[in-house]
Design a protein around this ligand. Sequence first.
Ligand SMILES: C[S@@+](CC[C@H](N)C(=O)[O-])C[C@H]1O[C@@H](n2cnc3c(N)ncnc32)[C@H](O)[C@@H]1O
Length: 200
Amino acid sequence: MKKIEKPQRRNSRERFIPTNKAEKMSIYDRVHFRIISFVHDTLYSLFVNPYELLNAAGLKSGQKVLEVGCGPGFFTIPAAKIVGEKGKVYALDVNPVAVETVRRKIEEKNLENIEVILADASETGLPDESIDTAFLFGVVHALDDVDAVMWEMHRVLKAKGVLSIQKSWWSEKKLLDAVTKNGLFSFREKTKRVFKFEKS
Ligand SMILES: C[S@@+](CC[C@H](N)C(=O)[O-])C[C@H]1O[C@@H](n2cnc3c(N)ncnc32)[C@H](O)[C@@H]1O
């Protein structure tokens, strides 16, 4: 595999999210998240089958999986069921209320194969080449630095790892361009609005 040099960031700590940020979230942020959470737990599940999308993303038993932007965890518990006891799901979100919500769901269900991470997706803190599948559902359009996140996905994915992205608001072209433009990933296939990429 060819080596692609990552450009230096001006300040590599600028995206570090302190774990006490929850206390600094505004009431607006908290209410906004509660509304999203309610919609996910009620209406969303009437129209979206999480297992179908996760299977389309390539999740399999025994895999180590990174969920970027887990939100209230609509996909997190199903992902944990698919990867099973021998696998692991890292559920990451930059929003402390999302992370708290998912942590509570995990405790209620007594699941041991999920780890929640409060961090920006451009700085996950995970080891190099440790992840089989990274998936971004409903989040790519919300990222403020897509390039930085793509570099991070490239770093944490194993050589044969898969990056799966659900097309949401962006056009197909915009999504393909954003993911492939730095030569980090090549498009492999699309199933049910989920685009799969492999490391170049
Ligand atoms: C619309 S929600 C989608 C939640 C979930 N993936 C789903 O589809 O049900 C988008 C989530 O991405 C998170 N997010 C946005 N930018 C992020 C970033 N740079 N790093 C980590 N999480 C991010 C938000 O905090 C939010 O919880």
